[in-house]
Design a protein around this ligand. Structure first.
Ligand code: ATP
Ligand code: MG
Ligand code: ZN
Length: 249
């Protein structure tokens, strides 16, 4: 019984309001325990995949000047938010830390400013929406779309990871336009480089982003996001090689 009646917060006795004296006058303010509960809840709602939950700005290393600059942009973005007029669009090859840095931004926005953010894998999102058209589906299309359209900050990870059909392109255009019109911030990552940045790679076998998602959508993304290219080595491979070397030792 005693455990049930024990107060969790000794500052406010679980009322949510803390008393304080300012210049001799007794005041009440929201207790820190409520703020941390609120942050915990928005962090849970952000649906960050387990493997990325530990990603923060501090642990993002600079092995390349573009990584240093991307990290600086990310830090500045968090610092001045909500005074930002565009989202961020990180492009670059596999394992350079695009998802790490994007997750670090949304975790920092949640922890330092209590901003509601949500993570979506581009392909999972489109698949989930498509599944709602099944007559046996327990959730409706609008239930899936509400957080995608309304969350203050959306992270759309791995854009273009699968080639899009007309329906998928229309859905993506709808989501992106709607968020843009509502002046909501979207952070995007992609492996595919827009043709103007593809440069000498334009002759390569790799598709450009336009080939993956269409020119109109790419042009929209340029309007709503600042494009940041990250270069460097594949970090996953480096970690594996380091582990391999240590087992040989
Ligand atoms: N600069 C970095 N500093 C610290 N960790 C990094 C860095 N870059 C990548 N990592 C780590 O390497 C792994 C892969 O990074 P991440 O998933 O962010 O790459 P990505 O650029 O999104 O790759 P992909 O294009 O395949 O999605 C993660 O565990 C991440 O934490
Ligand atoms: Mg990624
Ligand atoms: Zn309290």
């Amino acid at each position: 019984m005693e455990a049930l009646s024990r107060k969790e917060c000794s500052v406010c006795n679980d009322t949510g309001w803390a008393e304080l004296v300012v210049e001799g006058v007794q005041r009440v303010s929201r207790c820190e325990c409520r703020r941390s509960k609120f942050k915990k809840r928005i962090l849970e709602q952000a649906r960050i995949p387990g493997r990325y939950r530990g990603c923060d700005l501090e642990s993002y290393e600079n092995h390349d000047p573009t990584q240093r600059s991307a990290k600086g942009t990310a830090e500045q973005f968090v610092k001045v938010y909500p005074e930002v007029d565009a989202g961020l669009f990180f492009i670059g090859s596999c394992g350079v830390g695009k998802t790490h840095l994007s997750v670090a931004i949304i975790q920092a926005l949640i922890n330092t400013k209590g901003i509601p953010c949500i993570f979506f894998d581009f392909w999972d999102l489109l698949k989930t929406i498509q599944q709602t058209y099944d007559s046996n589906s327990e959730i409706s299309e609008s239930e899936v779309l509400i957080p995608v359209l309304n969350k203050e900050v959306v992270l759309l990870d791995d854009l273009g990871s699968h080639k899009v059909t007309d329906w998928r392109r229309d859905m993506l255009t709808y989501i992106i336009n709607k968020r843009y019109n509502e002046k909501k911030i979207t952070i995007i990552t992609s492996n595919f480089i827009p043709s103007d940045k593809a440069g000498k790679r334009s002759n390569s076998e790799e598709d450009t982003l336009e080939e993956r998602i269409g020119e109109r959508l790419v042009s929209r993304l340029y309007e709503m996001c600042r494009v940041i290219e990250i270069k460097g080595k594949d970090y996953r491979r480096q970690i594996r090689q380091a582990a391999h070397r240590s087992t040989l030792r």
